[in-house]
Design a protein. Structure first.
Length: 272
């Protein structure tokens, strides 16, 4: 029950903020007072940005410290995921049923909000919030059991799966430390981002496609760890970059799968 309540609060909160961003993107407003000049600005395709201060020329003074934040759609990560079984890329006998197709096992994530502080033109710290999915494409013709006391499976003999995907969805909160260079003549710069991340399980899912049964989807927590923690590194140029993520926590909260973790790598779109 506590898990369901937490899931509802997290999803409803992020959904409310995202909906507010879509509505706010229809207009741009400026708020002025006699003491300070501030701007509340909306960037189409990016989101709401709060905290930009302009000088007498109408430009943002990048060297002044300021709070930043708002609703956004950025840092879209798309890449491959590897299972790491107690330090090895080879699965142990107890986890052999999770044998997977490496080029079809992936991760997808993106952020929908952020808040932080920019110290100067080259360094900022910010806390982001968003969603991510770990998508494991199982290689064997098995079905992971729902509501089982342990992570268990049945060998499926009445269907042959063309797709057998075992996945988990999380809401995540990365704390990022970003270093960036000065803009070049093309208005672009290099970025290096590193930081820890925590995440809370939303749901697990088995999705299977076969000629005999068609498309079947079953939701359950499947013993995926309810609280995940790890770290991310990104390096990029302009709005495009590379990322690597490592989960320091176990993938499942079962004793048999203790020490089974994930690492991911791929492309990041929308660095800012």
């Amino acid at each position: 029950m506590k898990h369901l309540i937490l899931k509802a609060v997290l999803v409803s909160g992020l959904t409310f903020l995202a909906a507010g961003a879509l509505k706010a993107q229809e207009e741009t407003k400026e708020v002025k007072d006699s003491v300070k000049r501030k701007k509340f600005e909306i960037n189409y395709g990016v989101g709401i940005t709060i905290g930009e201060k302009k000088d007498s020329t109408g430009k943002v003074d990048q060297n002044k410290g300021r709070f930043i934040g708002g609703i956004t759609f950025t840092r879209l990560d798309i890449g491959f995921t590897k299972l790491v079984d107690n330090g090895s890329f080879s699965l142990s006998p107890v986890n052999d049923f999770l044998d997977y197709k490496p080029w079809k096992t992936s991760t997808v994530s993106f952020d929908v909000l952020q808040i932080g502080y920019r110290f100067n033109n080259h360094f900022k710290v910010y806390l982001a919030g968003g969603f991510d999915w770990t998508l494991i494409r199982l290689d064997r013709n098995i079905t992971i059991k729902k509501d089982a006391p342990i992570l268990d499976y049945d060998v499926t003999t009445d269907a042959t799966f063309s797709k057998n995907r075992f996945s988990a969805s999380y809401v995540h909160f990365p704390l990022n430390f970003e270093f960036r260079t000065k803009e070049n003549d093309h208005g672009k710069r290099f970025r290096f981002i590193i930081g820890p991340e925590v995440a809370f399980l939303l749901d697990g899912k088995v999705k299977q496609i076969s000629p005999e049964k068609g498309k079947v989807k079953v939701n359950d927590d499947y013993h995926f760890t309810p609280f995940r923690y790890g770290g991310t590194v990104r390096i990029g140029y302009g709005g495009l970059g590379l990322f690597a993520k490592y989960s320091a926590s176990d993938l499942f909260d079962t004793d048999a799968q203790k020490g089974l973790k994930t690492m991911s790598f791929g492309l990041t779109f929308g660095l800012n």
